[in-house]
Design a protein around this ligand. Structure first.
Ligand SMILES: C[S@@+](CC[C@H](N)C(=O)[O-])C[C@H]1O[C@@H](n2cnc3c(N)ncnc32)[C@H](O)[C@@H]1O
Length: 369
């Protein structure tokens, strides 16, 4: 299935689609793509997404009443997928509304010049100008004060916070991934008194409306490494997923503002370490670790890949190692998956293409078997 010129098959189309639009992840796939594949296998009721990301597969499958298990290596994404798949009672939603109002009022009355905790993001003023940053910090402090315990209410409030943090930032998503706006285009609006707080109220309202939609299906969501899954079942009838591509995309890079604010990252080294564990990651220290990476003696390198690795190596030995490690990791993953799918089950992997210098690694297509 070619995804070229099909915007309905990209994450772009998810943004105004209920729970799917709660937080963006550029490499997320679209609700339409998941619906099309599920329609192709209507008798599949026990589904696994081992690279769940923002939980698109699970939300769609569970909305159709299917059982869908999901894993991801990134703890922030596991938290997000759980929140997106949760059922919220009318009482919980009303309590969340009331708490959001308390938080807004408390923030409005905070002393603007008082010191507040700021997340240890490198070069943080590239993300937010100082007045916006301090207002955000006050809002975050008020959430910690009024909704400190883990609860469905806190989850929604934190997702609303992340949305405000992103909208008030200088981040731009004009390309495949994140960049920063030019100084002339940077956010000024949120420095006007209480615009940020008003925006927060609106974001909570939007989330509360979409959180009302019922989720009827079931399933587990847990943090795990897709190369060695500790799965709950060995009887899945469909694996539907989009693994990392061999394209040097770092999920941590795009997610790091949320991950620092919410405490999933506490220093830059941790970001690189997590990206090194992720398949295909090259952020921070993951690149230097790659420079000394040596394939294990039993590392699987398909014959088809060897001339491609040689060709890339002529321009960059580092990138050749990157590609080799990616396929070795995916091989480990597929060995694990083979143990978890029932006989006659199906695999649907959505993958992207990639070019290193003049060497084309993959074409866009979905595979099944
Ligand atoms: C292309 S994204 C999945 C996007 C998802 N389909 C969605 O709609 O949001 C790939 C995901 O694989 C995860 N990942 C990378 N390496 C992993 C590993 N070793 N085990 C489990 N998940 C991993 C990343 O954290 C990322 O969320």
């Amino acid at each position: 299935m070619s995804v070229k010129q099909r915007p309905e098959l990209t994450a772009q189309a998810n943004r105004s689609n209920g729970r799917h639009g709660w937080l963006r992840l550029t490499p997320a796939y679209s609700v339409t793509a998941v619906e099309m594949i599920l329609a192709r296998y209507p008798s599949s009721t026990h589904i696994l997404d081992p690279f769940a990301g923002t939980g698109t597969t699970g939300v769609v499958a569970r909305q159709l009443g299917k059982a869908a298990d999901m894993t991801d290596i990134n703890p922030f994404l596991v938290w997000l997928a759980r929140a997106k798949c949760a059922t919220y009672t009318p009482t919980e939603l009303a309590a969340t509304r009331a708490c959001a109002d308390l938080i807004a009022e408390a923030t409005e009355h905070m002393n603007p010049s008082a010191d507040h905790w700021l997340p240890p993001i490198h070069n943080i003023t590239r993300w937010w100008n100082l007045p916006t940053l301090h207002r955000l910090a006050q809002l975050f402090q008020a959430i910690q004060l009024y909704a400190n315990e883990p609860s469905p209410m806190r989850d929604i409030l934190l997702i609303a916070f992340c949305r405000v943090a992103l909208h008030s930032s200088n981040a731009a998503f004009n390309h495949q991934s994140l960049s920063f706006k030019a100084p002339s285009a940077q956010q000024r609006l949120f420095t006007v008194d209480n615009v940020l707080i008003e925006h927060w109220r609106q974001e909570v309202d939007t989330l509360l409306v979409t959180a009302q939609t019922p989720i009827v299906g079931t399933g587990r969501i847990w943090q795990d490494d897709a190369r060695q899954l500790t799965a709950a079942s060995s009887n899945y009838d469909l694996v539907l997923t989009s693994p990392p591509y061999v394209n040097r995309m770092s999920y941590i890079r795009e997610l790091r503002p949320y991950m620092y604010w919410l405490g999933y990252l506490t220093h830059g080294r941790a970001a690189g370490d997590l990206d090194w564990q992720a398949i295909g990651g090259t952020w921070g220290c993951a690149t230097s670790k790659l420079a000394t990476w040596v394939p294990a003696s039993d590392c699987y390198t398909p014959a088809l890949l060897i001339p491609l690795l040689e060709s890339i190596k002529q321009s960059s030995p580092l990138l050749s190692s990157y590609v080799q490690r990616y396929f070795s990791d995916m091989y480990e993953h597929l060995k694990t998956i083979a143990r978890l799918v029932r006989s006659g089950g199906h695999l649907a992997y959505i993958i992207g293409n990639s070019k290193f210098y003049t060497t084309l690694i993959l074409r866009n297509r979905s595979s099944q078997g």
